[in-house]
Design a protein around this ligand. Structure first.
Ligand SMILES: C[S@@+](CC[C@H](N)C(=O)[O-])C[C@H]1O[C@@H](n2cnc3c(N)ncnc32)[C@H](O)[C@@H]1O
Length: 242
């Protein structure tokens, strides 16, 4: 691996350590809400009637497998991640579910091994923050996502957000500190990973900042759907038509 590729991976070891307990921790820490948010993202994806879908930073593939399970027609679904241990858990789940085939690809989002203009929809579940929060390679990730989308194609993002209401925002911060950082660290045994999750979510961008970032990087048609008082959001943007 060259130096730049290595530098893009400060979180790489952290993600290689957590796959075994990743799903159960998500359910506990969000009280099952994460599945509701993925379902909403899936509905938006399927409303596009896509032929080719890419789920980047797929992790254990909860979003890709939901798309595969909810689609009534045969579609081509590719799911990529740079962590082989995460993809191993994903492939095992896919086998048990026995749904439509999902093609798993080991890939860094900064260097996607796909043709340009290939996908009608690209999705990302709870990893956009990893690609963009204090990440100097954010522009590189976004340019790869744009390159591989078809003109007019949609990029759907499920991510934590910042409640506008001050009272809710305070509650969200307490939840992140107590429930996510302390309890998550304790139950999972991966204190560093859950500290990163809590701190990055607490300081993450507002919807206006996410919009600015996406538009600066060539996307249009920004839409924001706040979830659970604004503590999470489903964003979508499009690649401009030719
Ligand atoms: C928080 S998990 C999200 C997993 C899944 N999308 C979900 O909905 O639960 C973040 C995932 O992004 C992956 N990831 C982070 N940075 C990446 C990058 N630059 N390229 C590819 N995968 C990356 C990690 O390996 C991890 O599996």
């Amino acid at each position: 691996m060259d130096k730049e590729a290595a530098a893009r991976r400060p979180l790489f070891r952290m993600f290689n350590d957590v796959p075994g307990k990743y799903d159960i921790m998500n359910r506990i820490l969000t009280l099952g809400q994460d599945e509701r948010w993925r379902k909403k993202a899936t509905k938006l994806c399927l409303e596009e009637d896509p032929e080719h879908v890419l789920d980047i930073c797929t992790g254990t593939a909860d979003l890709a497998l939901r798309i595969s399970g909810m689609s009534e027609k045969e579609i081509s679904i590719t799911a990529s991640d740079f962590s082989q241990p995460m993809l191993d858990v994903a492939a095992e789940k896919a086998q048990k579910l026995n749904g439509q085939e999902v093609k798993f690809v080991l890939a860094d989002t900064a260097d996607l091994p796909f043709e340009e203009n290939q996908f009608n929809v690209t999705t990302i579940g709870f990893a956009f923050r990893n690609l963009t929060y204090k990440n100097k390679f954010a522009g590189q990730y976004l340019s790869e996502i744009l390159r591989t989308l078809k003109p007019g194609g949609i990029f759907i993002i499920a991510e934590s957000s910042q409640p506008k209401n001050l009272f809710l925002r305070f509650g969200f911060r307490v939840y992140l500190k107590v429930w996510v950082q302390w309890l998550g660290g304790l139950l999972s045994g991966h204190r560093k990973a859950y500290r990163y999750l809590a701190v990055s979510a607490r300081n993450y961008y507002s919807p206006e900042e996410v919009k600015g970032l996406l538009e600066e990087n060539g996307f249009t048609d920004f839409q924001h759907r706040p979830m659970l008082g604004g503590s999470a959001a489903i964003y979508s943007v499009r690649k401009p038509r030719l």
